[in-house]
Design a protein around this ligand. Structure first.
Ligand code: ZN
Ligand code: ZN
Length: 341
């Protein structure tokens, strides 16, 4: 009989269970990880709620992962027992995007826990090139690298310069990552969100005190806050159509709008306003090794305190009960972490 492990499986919308699954054979260029932590992401809540548009069920969820190496190929440079973070973006390695150094937007990308089974499980077989060195990090910190790297990548895309005026729209974990790395880049960061309680939570967790509630007067409030100039770089991390369309107006002349959150629909904007500003509009997708390395050194240097972002914890035994609760109510929740110990 094939070896089995316990895994968190979404069998259909609103049906999540911890079930035995086959471990699988470790391929020639693969390692086997024994998982330590898995962060629960907006994507996981969407898969559970049936809001993920292209997902095939059943699916083992989980892509924000840390683990220790259980088996590694001879001469791979990886050691059994070593703690690693996981790059969950499986790129093909030979499409145009991969050839120009952008595996984060590989034309055939497969994301663990989305397009193929993920790592919210006891064991995971993974290509060697998807391991990220996490020496000196804790298991919690290593499992937080991926969601923070999405923000770090967006900040690199946006070209945040020292003293740049930066606006982050949306105070979820991705927006928080963008805000933290914009501050590390030297930007003066303001965060807006519709939820006042969330802003208070995020201000306390990040020490970013320029937070404003996105009410019906927000455009005027932001214009006043910048003496009418607008922001040099605006990150929209909402994935919300009305917010994304409104974000164009917050960008100053010569500024940049980075759409980090994804919307499965069209958005529109006023071309004269766009041209008048000579605005740059960018998408930001996933992250690359450069971003993972940047995040790891920022955590190691104490510039990002992951402990303040992890507000909730659960276990492999409890996650099928806790995840549905948190999908429905995120009061006080920034990041929930599943422990496998
Ligand atoms: Zn995620
Ligand atoms: Zn590719």
């Amino acid at each position: 009989m094939a070896a089995t492990m316990q895994a968190v499986v979404c069998n259909a919308p609103h049906q999540i269970a911890v079930e035995p699954r086959p471990v699988g054979i470790v391929g020639a260029d693969q390692v086997q990880l024994r998982l330590c932590r898995a962060g629960i992401c907006g994507t996981d809540y969407h898969i559970y709620s049936g809001q993920h548009p292209f997902l095939n069920y059943p699916r083992v969820i989980g892509h924000e992962l840390s683990g220790v190496i259980e088996t590694a190929p001879e001469g791979s440079g990886w050691t059994v027992g070593q703690l690693v973070a996981v790059n969950p973006y499986i790129a093909c390695g030979d499409c145009h995007a991969c050839n120009i150094g952008k595996p984060n937007c590989c034309m055939k990308i497969a994301v663990l826990g989305v397009h193929r089974d993920g790592g919210m499980a006891e064991l995971l077989n993974l290509p060697v090139r998807n391991l990220i060195r996490a020496d000196g990090l804790t298991a919690d910190q290593a499992a937080s690298v991926e969601f923070l790297a999405i923000g770090a990548h967006a900040v690199r895309r946006g070209g945040v310069a020292p003293n740049a005026r930066v606006l982050v729209v949306g105070a979820g974990p991705i927006g928080i990552g963008a805000a933290l790395f914009a501050r590390i880049a030297g930007g003066q960061v303001t965060i807006i969100d519709r939820d006042r309680d969330r802003l208070a939570l995020v201000a306390a967790a990040t020490s970013i005190t320029e937070v404003m509630q996105a009410d019906e007067h927000i455009a005027a409030t932001l214009a006043d806050a910048t003496s009418g100039d607008g922001f040099d770089v605006v990150f929209d991390a909402t994935g919300n159509q009305a917010s994304m369309e409104a974000s164009f107006a917050h960008v100053g002349h010569g500024g940049v709008l980075v759409l980090v959150g994804l919307l499965k629909a069209r958005i529109s904007f006023d071309d004269p306003e766009f041209h008048r500003r000579e605005m740059s509009l960018l998408a930001s997708r996933n992250a690359t090794q450069t971003d993972f390395d940047h995040v790891i050194s920022a955590i190691r240097d104490g510039q990002v305190d992951v402990g303040r972002l992890i507000t909730h914890r659960t276990t492999l035994r409890q996650v099928a009960t806790d995840l549905p609760r948190w999908a429905a109510d995120k009061t006080g929740l920034i990041k929930a972490m599943v422990g496998f110990d």
